[in-house]
Design a protein around this ligand. Sequence first.
Ligand code: KIV
Length: 272
Amino acid sequence: MSVAKKEYKRITVKSLVEMKQNGEKISMLTAYDYTMAKIVDEAGIDVILVGDSASNVMAGHETTLPITLDQMIYHASSVIRAVQRALVVVDLPFGSYQSDPKEALRSAIRIMKESGGHAVKLEGGKEIKESIKRILHAGIPVMGHLGLTPQSIYKFGTYTVRAKEEQEAKKLKEDALMLEKAGCFAIVLEKIPAQLAKEVAESVSIPVIGIGAGNGVDGQVLVLHDMLGMTHEFNPRFLRRYMNLYEEMTSAISQYVDDVKTLDFPNDNEQY
Ligand code: KIV
């Protein structure tokens, strides 16, 4: 299928809105380090998310709650050093913005100043409206995040599909309109029914990027290590694995172990 695709030297928040207007879908992946970010950027991704999923993927925590602002800044600054083209969005971690708008602004400023990130992402709707406004007033672009918001996992109790009930769907639609009105440049919708996500995307002029939210939205995001098949215990229906790097890497590493043990490595050409 042919797709509308304009060449962009550098992706900005304005480019994303333009893509939505032109019907060009937005591609987004996570990255947390220099080497991976360089590959992802050179492959042509539009948006790199330095997600707080680093807490799971990089640090092995069960949830996203433990990762700190300092750790997010470390990951984001590594990513920024690699990126030439993509827009880099950085998650504000749990505990860095929920208590009051001043704290939220201080955290967002630290991310922008110390990592060089281009925008921040916050989870939630009307509960954090004042924090979002405060950050936007300081000239920092904000991406919203609704639906399954993993920082609230202990409130939800599970990672199942959100907003299946009328009341929660209604609140999600209202929150999306509020985020647009407040001035957010985009919204992530995580794990909600495809029809609801489509309705939200049609109701706002800013791009809506989905993960487990169907194909009626303006773009898609996945966690890089999941789509490359480096992780293998996590198998939600929405996840398409483009490789099985877990198998390829374990096979390469066990080959190396054998080669070292059998004196096959290094050979005559691999030494001085
Ligand atoms: O932290 C993350 O990786 C995210 C995506 C799942 C959207 O927020």
